[in-house]
Design a protein around this ligand. Structure first.
Ligand code: HEM
Length: 404
């Protein structure tokens, strides 16, 4: 929400790298409205991946792939070919969109629609490529959590392709183009498309969107112009074996199914108590406005806390997690119903941080240990961790200093 607001409020002046590519829309000098209904895309910092520019795109597709090839040199060379190709293609796509690149593309004639490509490297890539000594401790495998209900086929991956756009056809076309170019080197492991309400439906495009449970989700997040944004979200590694991640960020992806029938069977007041925020406007219980700080010490007339002991925002708060922080970007997914008649819908949860050991992990532990009131209504079915090197539109290909 805050990021989106920042974009709308005109951080464009600070835009660099990928963001400038979006705004300029290539050499054809299209007017800003060429991005419509995309709205301009602004990033406040050099190196911020397109996935973190604001406003958040209406559509995303996350695709985790494994590399083919012999362990060691084979995997390493495949990684080099794939990352070189995707980096070059991402630059072209950010500049022109797909239309001019491929004869007969499905997106022919369409505008770039704020297409943004972000690339990540999984821990398994470093192991399989024989680069264990270049693996940052921040990329240590996530521990098991009490709430895990993980399906192995929805976990892990050597590389992540994260593509966002305002338009589903533009997105699909770009994903097809990117994967088609590396088909000989990769096998798709899992993929998950996500969405938010689009500009066509948003009365206020800068407002924080709702998830499928009907909650305003994304209110409390570090803002790129905060002094703490860098230390909390961006990795700092001195030059040396881990220097390839200096200025990058570590991404945790969780595929979280929502048990929506059970959730909507609750009274609205119980739904509000489970999160600790009002359904109507997302304000913390006891607060007046959405951006008010949650008062975790307030008690009602009965002496009970206004924000219950097991409320999601109490358990996830920095007060309860030794100051843990991350940047959350959630998207909904809705894949219809499976063969057993169960709805396959939920949250594509993404958390971006300088160090998952001080971000996602302590927060998930606190949610588990405190008996998160949202817990019975969600099921963590997929999990993955990626290193996202800094995005530099002008520099060499992504992770060249690791693999080059
Ligand atoms: C806050 C929903 C999973 C961490 C919130 C809020 C909602 C929400 C509605 C309040 C508004 C906001 O600040 O964004 C959900 C749902 C989830 C989920 C529906 C699962 C389907 C998670 C997970 C984590 C997490 C897996 C991390 C391990 C947080 C944090 C906050 C938050 C750190 C802000 C707490 C604060 O106020 O300081 N979540 N969440 N959430 N959530 Fe979640």
């Amino acid at each position: 929400g805050l990021l989106a607001a920042a974009g709308a409020a005109g951080l464009t002046g600070l835009a660099t790298g990928a963001a400038a590519g979006h705004a300029a829309a290539g050499a054809r000098a299209e007017p800003d409205s060429a991005l419509a209904p995309a709205r301009g895309r602004a990033g406040a910092r050099e190196g911020l991946p397109p996935a973190l520019l604001a406003p958040t795109p209406a559509q995303v597709h996350l695709i985790a792939v494994d590399l083919r090839g012999e362990e060691g040199d084979g995997v390493r060379e495949a990684a080099r070919r794939v990352l070189r190709t995707w980096s070059r293609q991402a630059r072209d796509l950010h500049g022109h969109g797909l239309a001019d690149l491929v004869e007969g593309a499905p997106s022919r004639g369409l505008l770039p629609a704020s297409l943004g490509v972000t690339l990540g490297l999984g821990p398994s890539l470093l192991t399989r490529a024989g680069l264990a000594d270049r693996r940052p401790p921040q990329l240590e495998d996530l521990p098991a959590f009490a709430s895990d209900r993980l399906e192995p086929e929805w976990c892990g991956g050597d590389l992540l392709l994260h593509v966002g756009a305002e338009d589903p056809l533009v997105l699909s076309s770009a994903v097809g183009h990117l994967l088609g170019a590396v088909a000989a080197d990769v096998r798709v492991r899992w993929s998950l498309p996500g969405f938010q309400r689009s500009a066509a439906a948003a009365r206020d495009p800068a407002a924080t969107p709702r998830n499928l449970m009907g909650q305003i989700d994304g209110t409390v997040n570090p803002h790129p112009s905060d002094a703490v944004f860098g230390p909390q979200v961006l990795a700092a590694h001195p030059a040396g074996p881990l220097g390839w991640m200096d200025g990058g960020t570590y991404l945790v992806v969780r595929r979280i199914r929502m048990l929506l029938d059970d959730w909507f069977a609750l009274d609205p007041a119980d739904r509000e108590a489970a999160v600790g925020r009002r359904l109507s406007d997302g304000a913390p219980l006891g607060g007046a406005a959405p951006d008010d700080l949650a008062d975790l010490s307030a008690a009602g007339d009965d002496g009970d806390p206004v924000i219950p002991r097991d409320a999601h925002i109490r358990l996830a708060s920095p007060e309860n997690t030794l100051g843990a922080r991350m940047l959350r970007r959630g998207f909904s997914y809705d894949l219809g119903w499976d063969a057993g008649g169960e709805r396959r819908a939920g949250l594509v949860f993404t958390a971006w941080q300088a160090d998952p050991r001080a971000g996602f992990t302590p927060v998930q532990r606190a949610l588990d240990e405190g008996g998160d009131a949202l817990g019975p209504f969600v099921r963590h079915e997929g999990s993955a961790l990626f290193a996202v090197p800094p995005a530099r539109e002008e520099g060499p290909w992504t992770a060249h200093d690791l693999l080059g």
